[in-house]
Ligand binder design. Structure first.
Ligand code: RUB
Length: 316
C-alpha cells in the first residue's frame, strides 16, 4: 500500500488512535507525502496536497485535532514547489513538537490538582490524561487509578499497561461498574477528542455517564485537552459528528446473523455537557469549560470570516 493511503488506513482501523496521536500522524504524513510529490508545477503540487489533506481528514470524523492539524500544515506558503515543501516541513514539525510539549505541560498543570493519596478514575486511553497521572506520580504523590475497560475496543488495557510501566497502582473495572466504584474515587481525569465553543466535550463513549456519576457524587471532573482539540466550527453552530463504528466490534457477524430483529448501535464517542466538567486542563492553563470560546479565538487563530472562506478544511 502507498504510504499516504497506508497512514489513512491505519487511522481508520485505529492502529493509530487517540486524538493527539492521530493529529501528529496526519501532520507527519502530509510532510512526508509532500516530499514524495515529484512535480515542479506548483498548481499540481497544491492539488495533490489538498487531496492528501482531504483523505486524511475523512478517516475519522470526531477528533477535531485531525482537521486542526491538517489545517495548520495546509497554511503553507511558497512561490515554488521547493519553497512550499520547506514550509510544510516547518509547519508539520512545529505542530508535532508543540503537540508533544502540550501533553507534557498539561501533565504539569493538571498534576497540581491531584493530592497525595488521591484515587483517580479514568476512561479509555488518553495520553493527556495519563500525562497528569504520570506527573503527579513523578512529583512523589502516592496515587491510585481506577481504569475502565472501555469496550468495545478495550483501550483500558492500553491504559493499565502504560500506568503499570510508570509504576502507578491501577484497578481495572468493567464499564458498567463506574457508579459502584465512584465512592472510592477522589476525582475523575479523562481526555477529549473535541471541545466545543460552549464548553461541552466529546470523548470515548461512556465518558458522559462517568461524568454524570461523578457529578452526582460531587467528585471533580478534569478533562485534559490540548488547545488543538477545540472546535472552531462549533462557533458557527456546527455539531461534532459522532463516529458510528462497525457492528462487528460489538458482536461477531455470524452471531448477529442468527437474529432476525436485532441491530447493533456502536457510537464511538459521546457528548459531556459542561455542567459535569469542573476544569479543562490545556497547555495554556486550566480553564473552566465556559472559557472554551476564548481558547478558540485566542489560541487557534480563527476568525469567522476565515471559516466561511472556500479554503476552509471541513469539520475543523
Ligand atoms: C480515544 C479517546 C481519547 C481521546 C484523547 O478514542 O477517546 O480519550 O482521543 O486521547 P479512540 P489523547 O481510541 O477511538 O481513538 O489524550 O491521547 O489525545
Amino acid at each position: 500500500m502507498k504510504p499516504l493511503s497506508d497512514t489513512a488506513q491505519k487511522i481508520k482501523n485505529m492502529e493509530i488512535r487517540g486524538a493527539g496521536r492521530i493529529a501528529r500522524a496526519a501532520a507527519s504524513e502530509l510532510r512526508d507525502y509532500s516530499e514524495r510529490v515529484s512535480t515542479s508545477q506548483l498548481d499540481e503540487f497544491n492539488r495533490k496536497m489538498k487531496y492528501a489533506a482531504q483523505l486524511l481528514i475523512s478517516t475519522r470524523p470526531t477528533a477535531v485535532s485531525l482537521p486542526n492539524a491538517v489545517r495548520t500544515v495546509m497554511r503553507y506558503e511558497g512561490n515554488s514547489v521547493a519553497e512550499a515543501k520547506e514550509n510544510i516541513k516547518k509547519l508539520a514539525d512545529g505542530f508535532i513538537l508543540n503537540s508533544e510539549n502540550a501533553v507534557r505541560k498539561i501533565g504539569e498543570i493538571g498534576a497540581r490538582r491531584v493530592r497525595d493519596g488521591d484515587t483517580i478514575m479514568t476512561h479509555c486511553n488518553s495520553s493527556a490524561a495519563i500525562s497528569i497521572m504520570a506527573a503527579a506520580h513523578k512529583a512523589g504523590k502516592n496515587i491510585n487509578v481506577i481504569t475502565t475497560e472501555s469496550r468495545p475496543r478495550w483501550q483500558g488495557h492500553l491504559t493499565i499497561k502504560q500506568l503499570d510501566e510508570i509504576g502507578i497502582k491501577t484497578s481495572l473495572i468493567v464499564d458498567s461498574a463506574v457508579r459502584y466504584f465512584m465512592k472510592e474515587a477522589d476525582l475523575v481525569v479523562m481526555g477529549a477528542d473535541a471541545v466545543t465553543a460552549n464548553g461541552s466535550i466529546i470523548n470515548k463513549i461512556g465518558t458522559s455517564q462517568l461524568a454524570l456519576c461523578a457529578h452526582e457524587a460531587r467528585k471533580n471532573v478534569i478533562i485534559a485537552a490540548e488547545t488543538y482539540k477545540f472546535s472552531p466550527r462549533s462557533l458557527l453552530g456546527e455539531l461534532i459528528e459522532i463516529e458510528e463504528r462497525n457492528s462487528s466490534e460489538v458482536i461477531a457477524d455470524e452471531k448477529l446473523n442468527e437474529f432476525k430483529h436485532v441491530s447493533v448501535k456502536n457510537p464511538a464517542f459521546d457528548v459531556t455537557p459542561r455542567e459535569y466538567i469542573d476544569l479543562i486542563c490545556t497547555e495554556v492553563g486550566a480553564i473552566p469549560p465556559e472559557m472554551a470560546y476564548i481558547i478558540i479565538r485566542e489560541y487557534l487563530g480563527w476568525e469567522l470570516g476565515d471559516m466561511n472562506s472556500g479554503e476552509m478544511i471541513p469539520n475543523a
